[in-house]
Structure formats: structure tokens, C-alpha cells
Design a protein around this ligand. Structure first.
Ligand SMILES: NC(=O)c1ccc[n+]([C@@H]2O[C@H](COP(=O)([O-])OP(=O)(O)OC[C@H]3O[C@@H](n4cnc5c(N)ncnc54)[C@H](O)[C@@H]3O)[C@@H](O)[C@H]2O)c1
Length: 259
């Protein structure tokens, strides 16, 4: 087992890559705090982990709420006696447009891509320090590594995530806390559909969401989108002791999109 006796926290863990990660980490021996706004989704993930003999607790709430984003850390650490890793996976596609931008959607994206991950991180550092070290992983995107004609605002935020990761990595390395980013390419989750169906984007590219999703898959060098488990595999590596000298990395898991 690659995460035996570790305790971790995953945000946006009711669906997609976060769900895959929570299930995988638990199979590898970790106790997992499963945080998400989707109560039924969280319950299903926790139940699946427990049914397989693993350990997990449900953490249901809105990560836009600073109190919740902070409390999930104490709850996970309290339930299992310590904290070894955090996957700050939550995020939001934001608005596609620059001209005519919807500032309410911009604010939502700032909250979910930047604010909440900062709040959770602030709460997590003392726990990781008390443990003598640990690992944090943040979900950026290929759009945090290269510009995106369809998502300049999202790209700005994910570049921000990568900048935060690289800076924190340097800051916390002396305390044996590793900080890395994972940069998925197109991954087959509900968010990929939200992404292509943004009204300000779909209007200019055509409104057939499934055709757009298919087109995104076909445009990848691998001629498909990733399965969420393929992102979770990389997350497992980065959060496990196997990555003991990997710090400040922004790892593309993108089928070669950024190659
Ligand atoms: N899917 C992709 O192609 C892709 C590519 C690159 C990066 N990303 C990044 O991956 C992350 C999203 O993961 P996914 O694709 O697995 O998404 P997903 O749609 O499968 O899951 C998103 C989860 O976030 C939860 N959530 C949404 N708002 C929330 C809130 N306010 N509080 C708590 N939970 C909330 C939802 O309930 C859902 O379970 C984001 O950071 C996104 O930017 C996705």
C-alpha cells in the first residue's frame, strides 16, 4: 500500500478526478476526508470507501464559505488524529468572455480557484508542520501552463495557482512540506461539459455540448480525453512518499497537449 496510515483531505471529492483520488488513496491505505457541496455524492464516496474496508469521513459544505474551507482541515485531522496530505482540487471554469464578462461568474471562479484553496492551505500548514512534514497538491490545468484563447480568465487564475504552488514549495521545503501542482488536460468529468457549455463560449462555437466534448477529445494528441482515474494516478504519486524529492512541480497530465 502506497499510502498506508496516512491521513488526507480531498476537496471537490464527490465527482470526477477528486472522487477518483479519494477512492484510490483509500485503497492505498489512507484515511480520507471527503469534502464537497454535493451531500449525496459525498455520502456515496464515503460509503464506497467503507464498503471496501477503508476509512473516510464526509465533509459537506460550500467551499466558498471560509469557515467551511478552514473547518474541514480540523475535522479530518480530528477524526483520524493527524494530517499528512491535502489535495486542493476544487476549481471553476469561470467566464469564457473578456468583453461582456459576467463579474458574478468571475467572483465565483476567484473564490473556487484561489480564495478557498488559500484558506484551506492556511489551516493545513500547522497540522502538516506538527506531523514533521507532509504534502499538498493543487489542481491547476494546462491553462495554468499556456494561454487559452477560450479561457483567458481561467488561465489567469490557474497561472496564479501555479505561482502560489511554486512559492509555497520554496517557503515550506525546510519544514519538509512538499507542494506541487497537477495540470490536467481535457478530462472526462461533468466540469468538461460545464466548460464547453459556458453560454459566452458555446454561442461562438456552436451549442452542441457533446459535439464540442468530442472535438476536444479529438484535438488531443492522444485523440481522447483523460479518464479521471488517470489524473488520480498522478495525484497519488505526487502525494505519496514516492515523490519525496518532487517539490514545486507543475506536472502536466494532458496526453501531450502542452508538449
Ligand atoms: N475536467 C477537466 O477537463 C479539467 C481540466 C483541467 C483542470 N480541471 C480542474 O479540475 C477541478 C475540477 O475537477 P473535475 O473536472 O473532476 O470536476 P467535476 O465536475 O467532476 O467535480 C467538481 C466537484 O466540485 C464540487 N463543487 C463545486 N462547487 C463547490 C463548492 N462551492 N463547494 C464545494 N464543492 C463544490 C461539485 O459538487 C463537484 O463534485 C477544477 O479545479 C478544474 O479547474 C478540470
Amino acid at each position: 500500500m502506497r499510502m498506508k496510515d496516512k491521513v488526507g483531505l480531498v476537496t471537490a471529492a464527490a465527482s470526477g478526478m477528486g472522487r477518483s483520488g479519494a477512492l484510490r488513496f483509500a485503497r492505498e491505505g489512507a484515511a480520507v476526508g471527503v469534502a464537497d457541496i454535493d451531500a449525496a455524492g459525498v455520502a456515496a464516496v464515503v460509503e464506497e470507501i467503507k464498503a471496501a474496508g477503508g476509512r473516510a469521513i464526509p465533509l459537506v459544505g460550500d467551499l466558498r464559505d471560509d469557515g467551511f474551507a478552514r473547518d474541514i482541515v480540523a475535522e479530518a485531522a480530528g477524526a483520524f488524529g493527524a494530517l499528512d496530505f491535502v489535495w486542493n482540487h476544487v476549481g471553476h471554469p469561470g467566464p469564457a468572455a473578456v468583453e461582456g464578462i459576467d463579474m458574478a461568474v468571475f467572483d465565483l471562479a476567484v473564490d473556487l480557484n484561489l480564495r478557498t484553496v488559500l484558506v484551506t492551505t492556511e489551516a493545513a500548514i500547522p497540522h502538516l508542520r506538527a506531523r514533521g512534514g507532509g504534502a499538498m497538491l493543487f489542481t491547476a490545468s494546462v491553462s495554468g501552463l499556456q494561454g487559452s484563447a477560450w479561457s483567458p480568465v481561467y488561465s489567469a487564475m490557474k497561472f496564479g495557482v501555479v505561482g502560489f504552488v511554486r512559492s509555497l514549495a520554496r517557503r515550506l521545503a525546510p519544514e519538509r512540506i512538499r507542494v506541487n501542482a497537477i495540470c490536467p488536460g481535457n478530462t472526462d468529468t461533468p466540469m468538461l461539459r460545464v466548460f464547453v457549455a459556458r453560454p459566452d463560449q458555446a454561442a461562438t462555437r456552436g451549442n452542441d455540448v457533446e459535439a464540442l466534448v468530442k472535438g476536444i477529445g479529438a484535438a488531443n494528441p492522444m485523440k481522447r480525453s483523460a479518464h479521471p482515474d488517470e489524473i488520480a494516478n498522478a495525484a497519488l504519486f505526487l502525494l505519496s512518499d514516492e515523490a519525496s524529492f518532487v517539490n514545486g512541480a507543475a506536472l502536466p497530465v494532458d496526453g501531450g497537449m502542452t508538449a
